[in-house]
Write a protein that binds this ligand. Sequence first.
Ligand SMILES: Cc1cc2nc3c(=O)[nH]c(=O)nc-3n(C[C@H](O)[C@H](O)[C@H](O)COP(=O)(O)O)c2cc1C
Length: 184
Amino acid sequence: MGLLKGGINEIIATTANNAAPIGIHYREQTARMILFLGSHTAENIERDGWVVANFVHDPILYVKSAFGDLSREAFVEEPVAGHQMHRLREAEAWIAFSATIENKTSEALVVRLTPEREIMEGAFIQPINRGFNSIIDATVHATRYIRNRDAELKKLIDYHAGIIRKCGGKREIEALNLLMSYIE
Ligand SMILES: Cc1cc2nc3c(=O)[nH]c(=O)nc-3n(C[C@H](O)[C@H](O)[C@H](O)COP(=O)(O)O)c2cc1C
């Protein structure tokens, strides 16, 4: 698996007609997801036994897939390991995994991922942009904030909003406006 780096890889996970940003924990050659119960991603993986990790650099896709639904046209079917897996049409690269449940608690699933296919669709060298990185951080905090309205989380979101406004391009600013519309 050449694309995953040691640590947590923030990708967009696709399951049957669904997409959501999820972290892949990659340590000692083993890839896992920790999924909080109640998400479509957790439900679909438990039912179907597969997930695709999509590598994308569009900040709007991270926000949209975290809070809303993508249209059917956003997905492409890929026959892999006996499944019709779904990946994002916009993916710059993707890894299709078979997924097995290693552990299930009242709160979360631990899912072990076995790579079945890894494809680079194009070159994807991207300059580091703090605005983009802060979209990822702000979106993580926002997915928690909409559940508990914790004032500390709002402070973190506002901090990242400042960086996005200062360092982001048009697409990051648009993603920030979308994010704010979801949480207000
Ligand atoms: C960058 C990022 C990483 C995330 N990582 C995880 C994760 O590892 N596990 C998880 O359960 N949710 C994670 N989330 C939250 C889910 O994306 C969020 O709950 C989403 O609404 C689930 O959508 P779904 O119901 O379509 O699966 C993450 C969110 C972001 C923005």
